[in-house]
Design a protein around this ligand. Structure first.
Ligand SMILES: C[S@@+](CC[C@H](N)C(=O)[O-])C[C@H]1O[C@@H](n2cnc3c(N)ncnc32)[C@H](O)[C@@H]1O
Length: 273
């Protein structure tokens, strides 16, 4: 385990927050079939990532890194799909849960978990075919983490992330008095019964973050998600709303600018490029 002395204050706050959450609730099983269900299609960002990874980097014989893996559910799903998986997270509590689940499902030899900060990884250069992360980029110091991603990726490899995105126009409307009177900030978490808040340091990705990523990965693709589906916490039937957004983005491309979720794909050139 990493000593506190070696972590920045931000990293320590993240670790403490996520360790604290473990004491309230943690995963005891993994739903392996979750993303094989029909209601998940290209309109769902998680499903989009599973599909992209399997299509472009099919198993076996692929080294996959579950980046900021949390309690390891995604990592173990990739292990079951046949990838050789590594997973890291700053929270030793989360990594403990991931290891317990790996033992429970018999993936100890195919899914290796460790406690590490994204900003200083101890993996060798050019080791991974693919890095996969969900809701993690906005927790880390990108100016240090992005060069690390590039270092550990093989030429021709890619890093693919799902994350939340700043939408200044939409955020202004959301925070305007008439809207907050009807829907107070935080109501979503209360409706969902979520007792925790965002960590102090996290914030959705912004244009500056994408410029930084593009400097290190000139081959960058960005796919937008979620306008109406943001209502899925208060109105049920998320798959229907996601499909609506998907078709709206296709038919009316200008509406993509309102999407507050993103899949970003960072490709490392092959040696020939
Ligand atoms: C919102 S959770 C997402 C976890 C996982 N990707 C998932 O979807 O289940 C964010 C995770 O980032 C981890 N984290 C925060 N800052 C980190 C850092 N600097 N390096 C590594 N992990 C970090 C937290 O411990 C937490 O597990």
């Amino acid at each position: 385990m990493i000593k506190s002395m070696e972590l920045t204050e931000r990293q320590q706050r993240e670790r403490d927050e996520y360790n604290e959450r473990i004491s309230k609730t943690h995963l005891t099983e993994v739903d392996f079939d979750h993303f094989s269900q029909k209601r998940f299609g290209p309109w769902n960002p998680y499903w989009y990532i599973y599909n992209y990874v399997q299509e472009h980097y099919p198993p076996p014989d692929r080294e996959l890194l579950s980046y900021g893996c949390g309690q390891g559910a995604h990592a173990l799903r990739y292990a079951r799909l046949g990838y050789r998986v590594s997973g890291f997270d700053i929270s030793d509590g989360n990594i403990g849960v991931a290891q317990t689940l790996a033992e429970k499902y018999g993936y100890v030899s195919r899914a290796k978990f460790s406690v590490q900060p994204a900003e200083a990884l101890d993996y060798p250069d050019e080791h991974f075919d693919v890095l996969v992360g969900e809701n993690i980029l906005h927790h880390v110091e990108l100016s240090e983490a992005v060069p690390e991603m590039r270092r550990i990726l093989k030429p021709g490899g890619c890093a693919i992330f799902k994350d939340s995105l700043q939408t200044p126009f939409r955020d202004r409307i959301r925070r305007s008095p008439p809207v907050t009177w009807v829907l107070p900030i935080g109501v979503k978490n209360r409706v969902r019964g979520v007792s925790y808040h965002d960590t102090d340091d996290e914030r959705p990705l912004n244009d500056g973050d994408f410029q930084l990523m593009r400097r290190h990965f000139p081959q960058m693709d960005v796919v937008k998600f979620r306008v109406l589906s943001m209502l899925s916490s208060v109105v049920s039937n998320r798959p229907l709303l996601e499909r609506f957004d998907y078709w709206m983005f296709k038919i009316l491309p200008f509406t993509r600018r309102f999407g507050d979720n993103v899949v970003v794909i960072l490709k490392k050139e092959t040696d020939a490029e």
